[in-house]
Design a protein around this ligand. Structure first.
Ligand SMILES: C[S@@+](CC[C@H](N)C(=O)[O-])C[C@H]1O[C@@H](n2cnc3c(N)ncnc32)[C@H](O)[C@@H]1O
Length: 420
């Protein structure tokens, strides 16, 4: 949970929220607050994320006290103060005073609104029943397919998981020391709760682990890489899966279209003292110089499985562009299959909640390539209900509710026939 803000952090959070209204993601704005001390930058980012996670609830409370819809900047001040008081436990007197002074700083319109902001927030401070309000609703373009596939109760559970946010998961290098205070998860990841400064954790400088959601660590476990195998990691950046492959001793070629994002793969490999060949190329144009044993294809997707950690995503996307993405995913699968030797295996993965990007892609790939088989996952920590009728693995944010959830993911292991 984020701590109630300082004035600097509150101003920073409002700037980030304005950026999201202008179409920028919170990650795009990572450098926007660099004039602030690091601690306030981190607080501002957490406050902005909390406002986005609780925006519907804040608006529901505010709507009972506000007569006319306020201007967007003033609405953000009201939401921030509401979330600080009702979600983060901020003391009303400090939060309301800060909100009034932030409003005063918003020009003539702000100066005229200070009385309203003060009066409304004093009433909000008395609000009872915050915890019972329904969680932030998924946008319709995403909620529709989720309800159609898993039902209304699943959509509500996913929304509750998004609102709760995500713990910090680490993937340890094989044989690395345990991280103090981290909970070992049944699938092999380590989990830490509460705000954590990653670079201050033991083992960071030594590269004993890397940050990777427990669900995101499973495609490589499903691929089951062996020491010495030649493996292509297609769409590799920022490289969490490249690190996993290299850490077991596979000979990895990591391909990504973005040279900038590949630099992050190089940095991650360096810190973890691991090696891989890095290739900046469009996967659709790439062929390996030497035959491969296996392929990991972590395809570009809607990233709708990562909303716990990216609560800005529902405010930035409208579902347009999905047809382009699913078309690209199908072309990437078909091209990757041409790179596999007979008998070779390919894991297809997407961090998406949309069946069109997961289950339906595999069904369509099997229809296009009837001799392909799907190998059902037999991994430690996997529950039978997570395996789909196609033999893929569907992961959802509402799974492991008592442990703190996981990202939404779909993955499947495909095998080319040995005779062609
Ligand atoms: C889901 S992310 C990959 C995450 C990564 N596998 C990891 O575990 O850290 C998708 C990546 O696909 C890359 N990408 C998108 N289209 C591509 C293409 N046609 N060829 C190569 N890379 C592509 C993007 O630059 C992005 O880095």
């Amino acid at each position: 949970m984020a701590k109630p803000g300082t004035d600097q952090a509150r101003k920073g959070a409002l700037r980030l929220l304005q950026g999201v209204r202008d179409g920028l993601s919170l990650s795009d704005q990572a450098g926007a607050l660099k004039a602030l001390p690091a601690v306030d930058q981190a607080r501002a980012a957490r406050l902005a994320a909390e406002v986005l996670r609780h925006r519907d609830r804040a608006d529901a409370v505010l709507s009972t006290h506000v007569n006319r819809k306020p201007a967007p900047q003033i609405a953000d001040v009201l939401r921030l103060a509401t979330v600080e008081m009702l979600e983060l436990g901020g003391a009303a007197y400090g939060v309301v005073d800060a909100a009034v002074s932030l409003t005063r700083g918003l020009g003539r319109r702000g100066q005229a609104a200070t009385g309203m902001v003060n009066a409304v927030l004093r009433k909000v401070a008395q609000h009872q029943g915050w915890a019972e309000l329904p969680p932030q609703r998924l946008p319709d373009w995403l909620r529709g397919p989720v309800v159609a596939t898993w039902g209304e109760d699943a959509a509500l559970a996913i929304e509750a998981a998004h609102q709760a946010g995500a713990p910090l998961d680490l993937t340890p290098k094989p044989g690395a020391a345990q991280v103090e205070g981290a909970e070992p998860l049944p699938t092999g990841s380590l989990r830490l709760r509460g705000p954590v400064q990653v670079s201050a954790l033991p083992g960071f400088a030594e590269g004993d682990w890397w940050v990777q959601d427990a669900a995101a660590a499973l495609p490589v476990r499903l691929l089951d890489p062996q020491p010495g195998e030649r493996i292509a990691d297609l769409c590799a950046a920022p490289g969490g899966k490249t690190l996993q492959l290299a850490a077991v001793g596979a000979r990895v070629t990591a391909v990504d279209v973005s040279p900038t994002r590949l630099k992050r793969v190089a940095e991650n490999l360096r810190r973890c003292r691991l090696a891989a060949d890095l290739v900046a190329a469009d996967v659709l144009d790439w062929r390996p110089d030497t035959p491969l044993d296996a392929i990991l294809l972590d395809a570009p997707c809607s990233a709708t499985g990562t909303i716990r950690r990216h609560p800005d995503l529902p405010f930035l996307r409208d579902g347009s562009g999905l047809a382009d993405l699913t078309g690209l995913q199908a072309r990437l699968i078909d091209h990757a299959l041409t790179l596999l030797p007979p008998g070779g295996r390919l894991v297809y993965a997407v961090c998406s909640l949309l069946p069109d990007e997961g289950e339906a892609q595999i069904a369509a790939a099997l229809a296009r390539h009837p001799r392909l088989t799907v190998e059902a996952p037999g991994l430690p920590g996997i529950e039978p209900g997570w395996i789909t009728p196609e033999g893929g693995l569907r992961l959802r944010p509402d799974y492991w509710p008592d442990r703190g959830g996981m990202d939404g993911f779909f993955m499947a292991r495909l095998r080319r026939p040995a005779d062609g």
